[in-house]
Design a protein around this ligand. Structure first.
Ligand code: UD1
Ligand code: PEP
Length: 437
């Protein structure tokens, strides 16, 4: 179990460049299975989850050539499908959430796809019904081995396009169904499709490989099946969750930070939502400039004067992956805010640790927490904590950097799952952080 030691209470200053987006990378990497031609991908983040998926692809027989930092060529021309029945695959496939998205491409190209119950954050129930109902709609047969927690879909005679209305706008579910449908016979229509930038990027990449996907960016995708896809080059967007994390870090530590090359037009409600906490966010070209909030920041109220409520929703709503960060930043705001995590039922439990540090938070129920900000009249107290999931982990790290004294965070593998070389990048803007185990 890795550990960070953090000396908090210091102002930071400088520029930070966001890494490539984790959740986009996981989709894009699975899409390389759709063609026997070369696919070049740039800006792949060097993080545990992505490296695990690259390892899985390699074990499946994908030829992988590293060209330089973040740039790779993948060629899936001679896959070893027997690997999908191996014990090694059960281990590799269950090591992360993103592995579930190999099923759609394998089903589409080889008529069969398998996966053990995938891993990922333990943040509540994470059903896979949308994925498998989508494959069944396209004509696949489905089986699930409860003892081994192993899923399988098969379509030896190919897939057939169909209209489907998804029960939930699942992010990985939509990606999986789209990748299955691109080479199905006829037209597939997916209504209530998720439309995060991750998916917009995936569809853009698939179209550049020869797919015919219309409605990109909306919740109604129309896919005309094609018989095969070719190679392409794709560059992954900056990670919007990292960008939000650095906005929160700047505000909580009263630091002047510039976040560079953010692709502002793809950030949706992220800047607006941080502004609701009173944080000043200045657009400078394609950079975000956060001035030092030496006088703190004040939670805005709604037009009718009622208490601010920040909640998540499927895109273009506010992403659930930034609510933990919003919550920690609210602990030092002037004013009160209700945080409502609608999607996940166990993602707010980490507030116990913030309460230990002196934050004023009432956990109303598993989905809602009321935060009464300190307005920096008292700082959080340094403590020892364990990171329960990736976004709680980064939130606790931000809390520790704002707290007076030295904190310790265990289980930092959770943070390393999604944040590249985090201590070096934080040190470069003045943070006092050491990896001690
Ligand atoms: C690898 C990856 O890309 N992971 C992301 C992906 O996970 P993932 O694709 O697994 O998440 P889903 O979109 O399937 O669902 C997330 C949760 O939201 C619930 N739900 C979803 C849609 C909806 O309309 N109503 C609803 O209640 C689901 O029941 C589930 O509990 O999307 C999540 C939701 O943005 C993010 O937190 C994860 O970081
Ligand atoms: C929940 C997340 O990741 P995963 O879906 O991989 O668990 C996340 O990135 O915040």
């Amino acid at each position: 179990m890795g550990t960070f030691q953090i000396e908090g209470g210091h102002q930071l200053q400088g520029k930070i460049q966001p890494q490539g987006a984790k959740n986009e990378a996981l989709q894009i990497l699975c899409a390389v299975l759709l063609t026997s031609e070369e696919v070049r991908i740039n800006n792949i983040p060097d993080i545990i989850d992505v490296n695990k998926l690259i390892g899985l692809l390699e074990n499946l027989g994908v030829k992988i050539q590293k060209l330089g930092k973040g740039s790779y060529i993948f060629k899936s021309d001679a896959l070893n499908l027997d690997y999908l029945q191996s014990e090694q695959f059960k281990k590799d496939g269950s090591g992360l959430r993103g592995s579930i998205m190999i099923v759609g491409p394998l089903l589409s190209r080889f008529g069969k796809g398998y996966i053990p119950k995938p891993g990922g954050d333990k943040i509540g129930r994470r059903r896979l019904d949308t994925h498998f109902e989508g494959f069944i709609n396209l004509g696949a047969s489905f089986r699930y081995n409860k003892e081994e927690r192993f899923y399988g879909v098969e379509a030896p005679n190919g897939l057939k396009g169909k209209y489907m209305l998804l029960e939930e706008a699942s992010v990985t579910g939509t990606a999986n169904i789209v990748m299955a449908a691109v080479m199905a016979e006829g037209t597939t229509t997916i209504y209530n499709a998720a439309c995060e930038p991750y998916l917009q990027q995936l569809c853009k990449m698939l179209n550049s490989m020869g797919a015919k996907i219309g409605g990109v960016g909306s919740n109604l995708l129309v896919i005309e099946g094609v018989t095969e896809l070719g190679g392409c080059e794709h560059t992954i967007l900056p990670d919007m969750i990292e960008i939000g994390s650095w906005i929160g870090l700047a505000a909580m530590t009263k630091s002047e930070i510039t976040i560079t090359n953010v692709r502002w037009e793809m950030l949706g409600l992220i800047p607006t939502t941080f502004k609701k906490l009173g944080i000043t966010i200045e657009r400078r070209g394609d950079d975000i400039f956060i001035p030092a909030h030496n006088d703190g920041y004040e939670v805005q109220s709604f037009i009718d004067g009622s208490i601010m409520n920040i909640s998540d929703a499927p895109w273009p709503g506010f992403t659930p992956d930034l609510l933990s960060i919003i919550l920690v930043v609210a602990t030092q705001a002037r004013g009160s805010v209700l945080i409502h995590q609608k999607m996940f039922e166990s993602r707010l439990f980490f507030v116990d640790k913030l309460i230990d540090m002196g934050a004023k938070i009432i956990l109303c129920d598993p989905h809602r927490a009321t935060v009464i900000g300190h307005d920096f009249h008292s700082s959080l107290k340094a403590t020892t904590m364990t990171s329960p999931d990736i976004r709680a982990g980064i939130s606790l790290l931000i809390a520790a950097l704002s707290a007076k004294g030295t904190s310790t965070i265990h289980n930092i593998e959770q943070i390393d799952r999604g944040y590249e070389d985090i201590e070096a990048r934080l040190k470069s803007i003045g943070a006092k952080i050491e990896r001690i185990a």
